[in-house]
Design a protein around this ligand. Sequence first.
Ligand SMILES: *[C@@H]1O[C@H](CO)[C@@H](O)[C@H](O)[C@H]1NC(C)=O
Length: 200
Amino acid sequence: MERSSALANLATKLLVCLAICSYIISISSAQTSTNTQFIRTSCSKTTYPRLCYTSLSSHANLIQTSPKLLTSTALNVTLNKARSTSAMMVRLSRAHGMKPREVGAMQDCVEELSSTVDELRRSIHEMGQIKRSSNFGLIMNDVQTWVSAALTDENTCSDGFTGSTMNGNTKTVVRNAILTIAHLTSNALALINRYAELQG
Ligand SMILES: *[C@@H]1O[C@H](CO)[C@@H](O)[C@H](O)[C@H]1NC(C)=O
């Protein structure tokens, strides 16, 4: 008798725990799906929506549903890709068998990528000042200018490889990486323009 009531008591506790746990899980998964849905919707207005979504969805918990965090994360993802590509190109340009002209094209590109990195870093920093500043329009104007300049630098870089006689594999790897950066930048610019429009 006593034992079965103890068991019933335990069973009740387990059920209550289960109910609470599944409630918490359902709330957090609903939040996650709200966050990823926000990214999907925002990305659908960019030029490369699939790349936009795949590059940002892993940051859904950070972005939540904030257009500002979405925009600065998109800039940061682009910055990280520009940095890693630049490092890769420095390594490649030191590889054996590169012709001086090819090394030259690589070095020019690394310089253009370094301007890109600089412009993106400044943009991210400037966006961080928004809360403390009433000059929202001015800040967004600067950010739009720098990110457009970054896009121009990336295009100059990839133009340097058109018609180059570089080893096919290396050329493809480099061109694809630059293209990805350019697409990420173009997406970030679309998100910036949208954010400026919404808040301005
Ligand atoms: C940008 O990305 C780097 C590398 O992933 C990370 O360490 C940093 O916290 C990020 N910064 C912002 C502002 O998101």
